[in-house]
Design a protein around this ligand. Structure first.
Ligand SMILES: NC(=O)c1ccc[n+]([C@@H]2O[C@H](COP(=O)([O-])OP(=O)(O)OC[C@H]3O[C@@H](n4cnc5c(N)ncnc54)[C@H](OP(=O)(O)O)[C@@H]3O)[C@@H](O)[C@H]2O)c1
Length: 299
């Protein structure tokens, strides 16, 4: 790599993760910064701050050549297109192919913990296929296998606080939850790093936490008794659908619980501190920062 700062590109820049990565890059990156989105109007504020905003839709291959032109290192944020099974595989393959055509040297990709073909997680195959596409592309890559976002606990724990029951199908398994903020920090660090090879990193918090421990934490933080109620995956799925969750989403969530019960989400790694030089947030400190949100369903 030359001494000049490379051109960096972030896809999905209007999403939660992408926005935060861009803010971090604006703080630390001195070279050109390109961001892409399906709706450039959403990023007018970034354009006003000197960021190059372009339209890119992974469903529209023709949009990608112009969108990726001139980028040297590219953060490919996995999309949220879970409506049609396998749709993301085509989307991500389109993005990898376009990056290669555009002369991108290194792709940073947001994958998932242990996405191998034996994963029970329904959406793991999208990530596995994308990792394979990166291997075959001949490009350098950093695969960031992000563990479960701690932020997603804020969708389930308020109800647990309100009902006194934390229902899950994780058995006695633990999860090395990582905050989305830390996923943004490591993604920014991986883009900025002078690393041109190929690596696959597990991105985790500092320790793995079981649902038993989560129940204890929220009891203490909320001052209301919460106990863990262990159910099997089929009951969990049925209960979620009964409460109005669309069946495909309930299926994805239940499949994550199976992965946790099988011990697949528990391993911690030092990738976060290795790349960023900082310490990742623990679940306890994350929940303490969001104590108010835990009480939301009790009011
Ligand atoms: N590890 C975990 O626990 C966990 C949890 C949730 C999500 N995730 C994954 O991490 C990703 C980022 O998380 P997030 O919280 O930032 O999600 P988010 O806010 O829902 O953002 C999703 C992003 O996907 C992009 N996207 C959707 N369709 C696209 C298309 N056809 N072409 C190009 N980009 C497209 C969107 O970009 P534009 O709207 O700007 O085009 C958006 O920025 C998610 O998409 C998902 O794959 C992981």
């Amino acid at each position: 790599m030359s001494n000049a700062s490379p051109s960096l590109l972030v896809t999905g820049a209007s999403g939660h993760l992408g926005r935060r990565v861009v803010e971090l890059l604006l703080e630390f990156h001195r070279g050109p910064l390109i961001v892409t989105t399906r709706e450039p109007a959403k990023l007018a504020d970034l354009a006003a701050r000197g960021v190059i905003v372009r339209k890119a839709d992974f469903d529209d291959t023709a949009s990608l050549d112009a969108a990726f032109a001139g980028a040297q290192r590219l953060l490919l944020i996995s999309t949220d297109s879970l409506d049609v099974p396998g749709r993301r595989i085509t989307q991500h393959q389109n993005a990898v192919d376009a990056a290669r055509r555009a002369g991108v040297r290194h792709i940073v990709y947001t994958s998932l913990t242990r996405p191998e073909p034996d994963s029970p997680v329904t959406i793991a195959k999208d990530h596995w296929a994308t990792e394979q596409a990166l291997e075959k592309s001949g490009l350098g890559f950093t695969v960031l296998r992000n563990n479960f976002y701690a932020d997603l606990l804020l969708l389930s724990l308020p109800r647990a606080v309100a009902t006194g029951q934390l229902v899950a199908a994780t058995g006695t398994g633990s999860t090395a939850y990582v905050t989305r903020e830390d996923c943004a920090r490591i993604a920014a660090a991986a883009l900025l790093a002078p690393f041109d090879g190929k690596r696959t990193l597990e991105v985790t918090g500092p320790s793995a936490v079981s649902h038993e421990e989560l129940a204890r934490m929220v009891s203490e933080l909320s001052g209301r008794p919460v106990r863990y109620v262990a159910v099997d995956a089929a009951s969990l799925r049925a209960g979620m659908v009964e409460h109005g969750l669309p069946a495909p989403i309930a299926e994805v969530i239940a499949s994550f619980d199976v992965a946790v019960a099988e011990g697949r989400m528990a391993k911690t790694s030092t990738a976060f501190s290795d790349l960023t030089g900082g310490a990742p947030s623990s679940v306890a400190s994350f929940l303490a920062r969001h104590r108010e949100a835990l009480q939301a369903a009790t009011r």
